[in-house]
Design a binder for this molecule. Structure first.
Ligand code: NAP
Length: 241
């Protein structure tokens, strides 16, 4: 039985992925801060869904990740879905800092722990949900867009490191456009994709061991042209909802 561990499985994309992998018969480990949501997932298949309360911003998160892996008797696929994001044109420092602590510190803590785990095993696969928001700096969400760019580069770095060391670890950087989840509930967004559709695309990208997956094709076209916009033009564009 394949074993997948999902951090940030209590809501949105992570929850949908967890439900799908449970339906596909995987052994599934789920984590997040809301235990009541983790228990609901556990109850879908008590013999092969395991959970652990993990807050990625806390020092003990890597230790708790190992406890969850032990409960699952190993891990083949690690998916990091935890993340927060806000529009913040007032540059509220609390929002900027907590976004960095979750999406950068928490991200590093979790992916390095998964990396170390897989270096001691025959092979493994690390998939992370970053975002198309990392393509360029976004004036409406500076910390969010910058942390997503950080995630893109960090995963690329780990892939190079794994190759340098001869480790058989696969990496998939998943970059969705706008998805209809609680993360975006506070504001209105165009081109919203539903979470079921996005989860299906993510599972397919992971199965194909894609290195980078922009979801979906419409966003892939947007990102292609977006990258071509020179900085002196981009920084003069007013990006608002
Ligand atoms: N929605 C979009 O349009 C969109 C687009 C591109 C990328 N993404 C990315 O996709 C990922 C999932 O987002 P979503 O849209 O599914 O949002 P969501 O529904 O708000 O889910 C976020 C998940 O992250 C977990 N999380 C947040 N802080 C955490 C912490 N400190 N420790 C552990 N878990 C934590 C939450 O669990 P608890 O609260 O239980 O801890 C929850 O399960 C994020 O990284 C987001 O940036 C989203």
């Amino acid at each position: 039985m394949k074993r997948v561990l999902i951090i940030g499985a209590t809501s949105g994309i992570g929850r949908e992925l967890a439900v799908r992998y449970i339906e596909m018969g995987y052994c599934v480990g789920v984590a997040g801060r809301r235990v009541e949501e983790l228990i609901k997932l556990h109850e879908l298949a008590v013999d092969r869904v395991f959970y652990e309360k993990i807050d990625v911003t806390q020092q003990d998160a890597a230790e708790k990740l190992m406890l969850l892996i032990d409960k699952m008797q190993g891990m083949d696929l690690f998916i990091l879905c935890s993340g927060i994001g806000y529009q913040n044109i007032s540059l509220d420092i609390e929002i900027e800092m907590k976004t960095a602590v979750t999406n950068v510190n928490g991200f590093i803590r979790m992916v390095t722990a998964a990396f170390h785990y897989f270096t001691n095993h025959e092979d493994g696969h690390i998939a992370v949900i970053s975002s198309v928001a990392g393509t360029k700096g976004l004036g409406v969400a500076p910390a969010y867009s910058a942390t997503k760019r950080f995630q893109n580069n960090y995963i690329e770095s780990l892939e190079q490191l794994a190759n340098m060391k001869g480790y058989n670890i696969h990496f998939t950087d998943i970059r969705p456009g706008f998805v209809d989840t609680p993360l975006l509930a506070k504001d209105k967004y165009p081109m919203l994709m539903n979470v079921e559709y996005v989860a299906e695309k993510i599972i397919s990208a992971i199965k194909k061991k894609k290195k980078v997956a922009i979801i979906d094709w419409k966003y892939a076209i947007i990102v292609f042209f977006w990258r071509l916009i020179p900085r002196f033009i981009w920084t003069r564009i007013s990006v608002k909802n």
